[in-house]
Design a binder for this molecule. Structure first.
Ligand code: SF4
Ligand code: SF4
Length: 203
């Protein structure tokens, strides 16, 4: 994980040991978001014993993202500085459940609020210097999105490069689905087989 740029990661919830990555922007509904994340953290902590495989899949995703970051950064360096309509303003992005599962399983800091904004309103994590979030805790959709300008650049660079980059994205995408399915399957199974959920022990 990259260093905290402000040196001020705060401990937001002692019981869950959850840290929220700070942000000076206008992050709406942050307290509700943080409460929801604490609930998710408690749920995963209660079932962590059966989530070993899901954690391994999360590590696989993390490696994939780490490998992807330099290529995406190079592409953005080439295209984004002169962009007349930056996607961090024109698109609506958000953290989805798979993003959150990844951060929680790997015990990453959690972004201080949801990224969502109205179309045409800048993402709350956008600053004059670009994204305030370290790449590892950005919404996956920010990586997944290759805009038309970037596609054109990739095409110019030749099919092997385009295929390699799109292949990496597709692979991570599939692995995210696998991670989510694994978490849900394990937790469901554990709840079904837990003694407290059997009819004999109820009432
Ligand atoms: S990814 Fe494309 S649309 Fe987004 S800021 Fe860069 S050049 Fe603009
Ligand atoms: S999280 Fe960062 S990269 Fe994604 S839309 Fe917001 S500012 Fe842009």
């Amino acid at each position: 994980m990259a260093d905290d740029p402000n040196g001020s990661i705060k401990k937001a919830h002692a019981k869950t040991n959850l840290y929220f990555w700070p942000c000076d922007g206008d992050v709406t509904q942050a307290s509700r978001w943080q409460e929801s994340n604490c609930t998710l953290a408690r749920l995963l902590a209660n079932h962590r014993r059966v989530l070993g495989k899901a954690i391994s899949v999360a590590v696989e995703i993390r490696r994939g993202i780490d490998d992807l970051v330099p290529s995406m950064a190079a592409l953005c360096h080439r295209t984004c500085r002169f962009c007349p309509e930056p996607c961090c303003i024109s698109n609506t992005v958000w953290f989805d459940l798979r993003d959150l599962l990844l951060f929680h399983l790997l015990k990453d800091p959690i972004p201080v609020g949801q990224a969502v904004s109205e179309p045409g309103v800048p993402c709350p994590f956008l600053s004059h210097n670009g994204c305030r979030l370290p790449p590892r805790i950005r919404p996956w959709m920010c990586f997944q999105y290759i805009c038309p300008t970037q596609r054109a650049v990739l095409k110019k660079r030749g099919r092997p490069m385009e295929t390699a980059l799109l292949g990496m994205i597709k692979k991570i995408d599939k692995t995210r689905i696998r991670m989510e399915a694994e978490v849900i399957r394990r937790i469901k199974r554990r709840i079904r087989t837990s003694p407290s959920s059997s009819p004999a022990s109820s009432g």
